[in-house]
Ligand binder design. Structure first.
Ligand code: G3H
Ligand code: ZN
Length: 285
C-alpha cells in the first residue's frame, strides 16, 4: 500500500529500527526494491532525485510506474514514494501532483532563516494533502571529497535544528553530521554526540543520508540515537554495475540485455534485503 513516511518513521523510531530509503534509477531498481521489501515483510521508501526523475521520463511516469508495479507484483507492504533532495517549492509540488507520498525540501545551502521559510511553505502545501516532509540542515559531503574536512562548517548545529523543526513542523529531519554521498574514503566520522542532542531537542525521527559504506556498528549507533530512516543509493549502483560487468566479461558474445539486466536486478534485490536486515526493518510491515 502507498503511504506517507509519517507513520512508518514514528513506528521505526519507537521500536528501534530504521526504514531504508533506496533510490530508484530505472525499472529494474524499482522492481528489485519492491520485491525485496515484500519478501522481507519490510516497509520501504523509494527515493527519487530530480536527476533520476528526468532520466525516467518525469515524476508523473514514476508515480504511475510505481503504482502499476505495486499492483502487478502484489506488493502488500507499506511503500512511500519520496522526492529526494527537493530543490524548490515548485519541485515538491510537481512531485505531489505526480502522486508522490512524501517530499524532502533540501534548503541546507540556504541561511537558516531562508531554509526555515522555504521548508515552512512546503510543509503547508504537503500537509494539506497528507504528504510527509523531510528537511535538512548542515552539509552532507560530496563524493569527490570523500571526507568532511571542516566539521564546524559542515555539521548541523543542534540549537538550529531545534528551531527549524519547531518552526516548520516537519515529519522527519536530516541533520548533516559527517556523512557523505558516494563511497567514503576511510571510515566515516559521524558526530553521535550531536546526533543525540538533535534527537533530544527535536523529538522527530532523524534521517541519515549517505548510507553507503557506513559500518554496521555506526548504523546501530545511529539507530539508537533516533535515526529512523537511512538513505542508500550508491551501494545499489555499485552492486548492479558489478553484476553487469561480470556477465559481460565472462560472455563477450552476449547481446540480449535481459541476460545482464536480470542479474543486475537480482544484485540490487540481495543488497536491499541485506540492508533491511541490518536496519532491523524486516518483518516490521
Ligand atoms: O539521498 C540519498 C542518499 O543520501 C544516498 O547516499 O549514495 O551515499 O548511499 P549514498
Ligand atoms: Zn542524500
Amino acid at each position: 500500500a502507498l503511504v506517507s513516511m509519517k507513520e512508518m518513521l514514528i513506528d521505526a523510531k519507537e521500536n528501534g529500527y530504521a526504514v531504508g530509503q533506496f533510490n530508484i534509477n530505472n525499472l529494474e531498481f524499482t522492481q528489485a526494491i519492491l520485491q525485496a521489501a515484500e519478501e522481507e515483510k519490510s516497509p520501504v521508501i523509494l527515493g527519487v532525485s530530480a536527476g533520476a526523475g528526468k532520466y525516467m521520463s518525469g515524476f508523473k511516469f514514476i508515480g504511475k510506474m510505481v503504482r502499476a508495479l505495486i499492483e502487478e507484483l502484489d506488493i502488500t507492504v507499506p511503500v512511500a514514494i519520496h522526492l529526494d533532495h527537493g530543490a524548490s517549492l515548485e519541485e515538491c509540488v510537481q512531485a505531489i501532483h505526480a502522486g508522490f507520498t512524501s517530499v524532502m525540501i533540501d534548503g541546507s545551502h540556504l541561511p537558516l532563516e531562508e531554509n526555515i521559510e522555504l521548508t515552512k511553505r512546503v510543509v503547508e502545501v504537503a500537509h494539506a494533502v497528507g504528504i510527509s516532509v523531510e528537511a535538512e540542515l548542515g552539509r552532507v559531503g560530496a563524493q569527490d571529497s570523500g571526507v568532511i574536512t571542516n566539521p564546524e562548517e559542515a555539521y548541523a548545529i543542534p540549537a538550529e535544528c531545534e528551531q527549524l523543526v519547531r518552526e516548520t513542523g516537519v515529519d522527519c529531519f536530516a541533520p548533516a553530521l559527517g556523512s557523505v554521498h558516494g563511497p567514503y574514503k576511510g571510515k566515516p566520522n559521524l558526530d553521535f554526540d550531536r546526533m543525540s542532542q538533535v534527537l533530544e531537542l527535536t523529538g522527530v525521527p532523524l534521517v541519515l543520508h549517505g548510507g553507503t559504506g557506513i559500518p554496521t556498528d555506526d548504523i546501530q549507533k545511529a539507530i539508537s540515537f533516533g535515526s529512523a530512516k537511512i538513505n542508500v543509493n550508491t551501494e545499489n549502483q555499485i552492486a548492479t554495475t558489478n553484476a553487469v560487468r561480470e556477465v559481460l566479461e565472462s560472455k563477450p558474445n552476449l547481446y540480449d540485455p535481459r541476460k545482464y539486466l536480470g542479474p543486475a536486478r537480482e544484485a540490487i534485490k540481495e543488497t536491499v534485503k541485506g540492508k533491511m536486515r541490518e536496519f532491523g526493518s524486516s518483518n516490521k510491515a
